[in-house]
Write a protein that binds this ligand. Sequence first.
Ligand code: NAD
Ligand code: TYD
Length: 353
Amino acid sequence: MEGANLIVTGGCGFIGSNFVRMVLTELPNCRLVNLDNLTYAGNPKNLADVENDPRYRFVKGDICDAELVASIFAEEKIDTVVHFAAESHVDRSITGPAAFIQTNIVGTFTLLEAARTAWQGRDDVRFLHVSTDEVYGSLGETGLFTEETSYDPRSPYSASKASSDHLVSAYHHTYDFPTLITNCSNNYGPYHFPEKLIPLIISNALNGKELPVYGDGKNVRDWLYVVDHCAAILKVLQQGVFGETYNIGGNNEKQNIEVVQTVCDLLDEKVGLLSSGETRRSLIRFVKDRPGHDRRYAIDAGKIRRELGWEPSVTFEQGIEQTIEWYLNHREWVEEILSGSYRDYYAQQYGER
Ligand code: NAD
Ligand code: TYD
């Protein structure tokens, strides 16, 4: 991997931007092209600190554009794909599934075909597809998702990711194509778009706004700090066995209400109570549940720990504290997103909005 030529798709999003930064630090001799079409979730400011690095190139474009993708493979002599680009928010997949089918399924297919065509006869190449534990469906009170758990996706988002996982596996079986798949639990940390649970709660709680908790608040997610997810992906890229799937998780199962209460308490501690003198827990509102809301996700990350020696570096308590500190120190980043002004910035830099 030392002198690898990577294409990272979706590098302006939450996890992708953390991963790009990690690769440029960990692999000094690599070259990295970030292909991202800057949907609502993509923000080039997430990578403002690396944009002048001579090893880094940003291309604003769609992964479904076969001609563009083929030209990048040829120009940049790409030997490594790390595929993050996706429509990623379950709630948006319920109100508007079409974009999920296009990007997550057609986009993945387009990348696979571009790589297969460009890589005929090569054995020094690899294609890592970043996926989610949501493909496995919903758990009851007990049990964990393993790599052997049958797929049972229940939202348009998870169904589109499951479909893309199947395509990637099929390329390995049919064409002996060098694939790696990772299925990770819920991430949190810096640069998380503020409509997902944790950054939404931090932002609303700081601004004294109501904190919407779906249903009874007892749905469980298994939270992983984003930097730990990125380290796991890098490990799979360097040491993973082609054709294999690796589950990644933090062993941090929490009910949503516990997460929301933790954020409230930490903010009360760090910035003081609300101006009314009340605690931030007073802002919690139980609202109408998400349709088809999966009850519980939990990952068995034993395979990646045993076979590749990966383990998370922080507990949830450490990670959530660091996350809150980051949001407190980057309030303008959230404000720009909420006001839409970051879109003006990249309209100026990269053409149309
Ligand atoms: P995100 O929504 O923050 O970022 C997605 C990025 O992809 C954005 O920069 C967006 O502009 C870009 N993009 C979208 N459509 C595109 C297209 N057609 N062409 C080019 N770029 C496009 O998502 P994220 O949370 O960073 O997730 C990244 C990947 O990780 C996704 O594949 C997601 O399924 C997977 N994943 C996410 C989580 C999580 O908790 N966020 C957990 C497990 C797996
Ligand atoms: P989310 O961040 O959307 O991630 P995912 O749906 O991929 O798990 O939601 C995390 C959990 O928080 C999920 O169970 C839905 C819940 N949730 C709320 O209770 N309120 C909210 O405002 C949001 C956005 C999510």
